[in-house]
Ligand binder design. Structure first.
Ligand code: FES
Length: 221
């Protein structure tokens, strides 16, 4: 009997929260739920912008971008006999491409209005080449490729000279056809002869040669 009385004393009375406390907890939970929805929505929107831009980007690109000419600067920026690094804005990029849309290239003013504009990428595996005025060589830091001042191959793994941009002088301004990057793929697609530089003196050594489009050996037909 004593044990039953003792057990009944051990049982704690169930305390019910006042209505005001329950209502405060409920409204706080509802507020946090709405806040998390808002934050998730904002994060989702921020992440969706570049994805949608990536998906819709090609549709937005105008064909005219590929044929557009871009100004590299006035002729006075390029002293005769010198080679200078110039950045231009790739016309095919969109506004949110940021700095990746800025493309460097090497401009060599041979004399008067005779220029050469080289892609900065090595013809081997694409590392950016640097111009060394004292040795009059373009050198590639990756595997030691070297090119003469006129872009022709001097030594190392590259099998050809530097790629050149199509360019023109309009008034006192140097312009390049920047929408089409000077690559073998672009030249093959346009079915234009590839400008290949051979030998040591550029004026005599420039010649156009047809580059066959590589074919798949296992393909039929
Ligand atoms: Fe320039 Fe290999 S990438 S030599």
């Amino acid at each position: 009997m004593d044990t039953i009385e003792q057990n009944s004393q051990d049982v704690q009375p169930v305390r019910t929260e006042p209505e005001s406390v329950r209502s405060a907890k409920h409204s706080r939970r509802a507020f946090l739920f709405k806040l998390s929805l808002l934050v998730n929505g904002a994060v989702g929107a921020v992440m969706a912008v570049p994805i949608i831009g990536y998906l819709l980007g090609p549709a937005e690109k105008k064909d005219s971008s590929y044929d557009s000419w871009v100004t590299l600067g006035p002729l006075t920026d390029f002293p005769e006999g010198e080679t200078r690094l110039v950045n231009y804005r790739n016309p095919v990029t969109t506004s949110w491409d940021g700095q990746t849309g800025d493309v460097p290239c090497w401009v060599r003013r041979v004399s008067g209005t005779t220029f050469q504009v080289f892609a900065i990428n090595c013809a081997h595996l694409g590392c950016p080449v640097r111009w060394f005025a004292q040795s009059k060589l373009f050198l590639c830091p990756c595997h030691g490729g070297a090119y003469y001042a006129d872009g022709s191959r001097a030594s190392g793994p590259p099998e050809r000279g530097l790629f050149e941009y199509e360019h023109k002088v309009t008034g006192d301004t140097l312009m390049i056809s920047a929408g089409k990057m000077p690559t073998l793929a672009n030249q093959a697609r346009n079915e234009t002869p590839l400008l290949q530089i051979e030998g040591a003196d550029s004026a005599k050594r420039l010649r156009a040669v047809e580059q066959p489009v590589p074919r798949c050996g296992s393909c039929q037909g």
